[in-house]
Design a protein around this ligand. Structure first.
Ligand SMILES: [Zn+2]
Length: 490
């Protein structure tokens, strides 16, 4: 029987990785020597089911080719009380967002959303693309990722170019049927599981009760939208003839007249709805969705970004397996409503698009604590730290306003390795290194905008899933557009 890692071990794995970073990545002690800064931390941890470790020997089977390449940087030894080996491959801190009116200036160089959870998921995608780059150069496989057999890819490559593929169809189908999804060149090994730890409750719906109880972080209330008062007592309406999602739609429609649909911390008694990021009262508005909403969406699309999904097969284990929160930040009612199959995602249970479907993560709690967590007299940090770990290529960055510390905000030289532009470049590099030009990925850079590449037919099943989630579950989700109309100059 595979042994599942326990919550404390997942949290401790992230906390230890953060602890090893140099001090410049960490919040500071204030000049008075007594108070300190605080920041949310999030990290991605990988485990492998113990039962299948014997195939690390590099013995080739139908899905393997070339020599086994196990990174020496990764020690696959049990490091948890459950006996499961855990590796933190990505972590991030942060709590800032780019105002919506700045998006057209970003041109793929600026990170819009620097909340820790979102950066950590982007950093995981960075790690994964880097793993693919290693395998494209050296062949073989890593502890976590392997190249799929050339035969299976070639079957797809022989198809006429320009034909619209439903490449995602069956991609996460556990039936084992081979189809167009087989043409993606890389995949996670089937025994890999992905876990996430966050030091605070995710902003938005999963933290509303935490907020109401005074347990949450100290980002100010968005009184610019709550000044007009809560939308009567609609939130107290219980199930009648309407489904819960229809009720939420009505509520969102109604409140949109005064709040433009997305609330930061406005109307905090109204629950189960999509919210925008909380922010300072005097800050220009951001259109970034809350971390609760983005995490809920990932339960339907998996963790792969659209660009990563061009390289990596979006199998069932590319979804988050477990999500760990400190016990102090966890209100079961909030979590079940925000993420659970009986909460606001209930209408997604029966829907699938290609192989994409709703795969809820398990939420567990830890008693481990983060040294820089929110406390009463701590001051919010304006820095984000990003670390991509465990692979041959490692990234460690300090970010301010979504770009590298020390660079001006719209200077292209300030682009983080997690930025849209750097990620697109890296995916193309893998395509070239792995000689995947027949896989219809390379035309991406041929005069197409970022938006056109994201909307290509190869990603249509994923796009349909997102549209369905926006319509049925995350009602009120509006796209944060404005940074899509740029080209990759190479
Ligand atoms: Zn957040």
């Amino acid at each position: 029987m595979p042994t599942r890692p326990v919550a404390d071990d997942i949290a401790d794995c992230v906390l230890a990785a953060f602890g090893r970073l140099p001090n410049k990545f960490k919040p500071r002690i204030l000049a008075d020597g007594k108070r300190r800064e605080w920041v949310p931390l999030a990290g991605m941890v990988l485990s492998r089911d113990a039962k299948q470790h014997s195939d690390d020997s590099g013995v080739a089977d139908d899905d393997h080719h070339g020599p086994s390449m196990i990174p020496t940087a990764v020690q696959d030894k049990p490091n948890s009380s459950s006996g499961t080996a855990l590796t933190c491959v990505a972590l991030a801190t942060g709590m800032k967002c780019l105002p919506h009116d700045k998006l057209p200036l970003a041109k793929g160089n600026v990170l819009h959303d620097c909340h820790a959870e979102i950066l950590a998921m982007r950093a995981f995608n960075r790690w994964l693309v880097d793993e693919c780059a290693n395998l494209a150069e050296e062949g073989g496989e890593s502890l976590w990722v392997r190249r799929r057999s050339r035969g299976r890819q070639r079957r797809g490559a022989d198809r006429p170019t320009g034909e619209c593929d439903e490449i995602d169809d069956g991609a996460v189908d556990e039936s084992g049927e081979e189809d167009e999804a087989e043409r993606r060149p890389f995949e996670l090994r089937e025994d890999v599981r992905i876990h996430m730890y966050c030091s605070e409750a995710p902003c938005g719906d999963a933290s509303m009760e935490v907020l109401a109880r005074g347990m949450a972080d100290g980002t100010p209330w968005d009184t610019t939208t709550s000044a007009s008062g809560p939308p009567s007592s609609r939130d107290e309406k219980t199930a009648t003839e309407n489904s819960p999602n229809e009720q939420r739609l009505e509520e969102a429609d109604s409140s949109s007249k005064t709040t433009n649909l997305l609330h930061g911390r406005a109307f905090f008694s109204l629950v189960g709805i999509v919210r925008r990021k909380p922010g300072r009262v005097d800050a220009p508005p951001t259109m970034s969705k809350s971390c609760s909403d983005k995490l809920a969406m990932k339960q339907c699309t998996g963790l792969l970004s659209s660009f990563t999904a061009l390289l990596v097969n979006p199998t069932a284990n590319t979804y988050l397996s477990s999500f760990v929160l400190p016990a102090r930040a966890m209100v079961r009612e909030s979590i079940e409503r925000a993420f659970g199959a009986d909460g606001r995602m209930s209408d997604m249970a029966m829907f699938s698009s290609g192989g994409f479907r709703f795969r809820p993560f398990e939420v567990t709690t830890t008693t481990s604590s983060f040294a820089w967590e929110k406390s009463e007299d701590a001051v919010a940090s304006n820095l984000s730290a990003v670390a991509v770990l465990g692979g041959r290529i490692q990234h460690q960055e300090v970010l301010i306003n979504g770009v590298l510390q020390g660079r001006k905000i719209f200077d292209p030289r300030g682009a983080s390795s997690l930025s849209r532009r750097r990620m697109w470049e890296s995916v193309l590099d893998v395509v070239l290194k792995a000689q995947l030009v027949n896989l219809e990925i390379s035309p991406c850079a041929d005069g197409q905008t970022y938006e056109q590449v994201k909307n290509q037919p190869r990603l249509s099943a994923r796009g349909r899933m997102k549209a369905e989630v926006r319509e049925k579950a995350l009602v009120g989700w509006s796209r944060n557009i404005g940074d899509d109309q740029w080209l990759l100059e190479r």
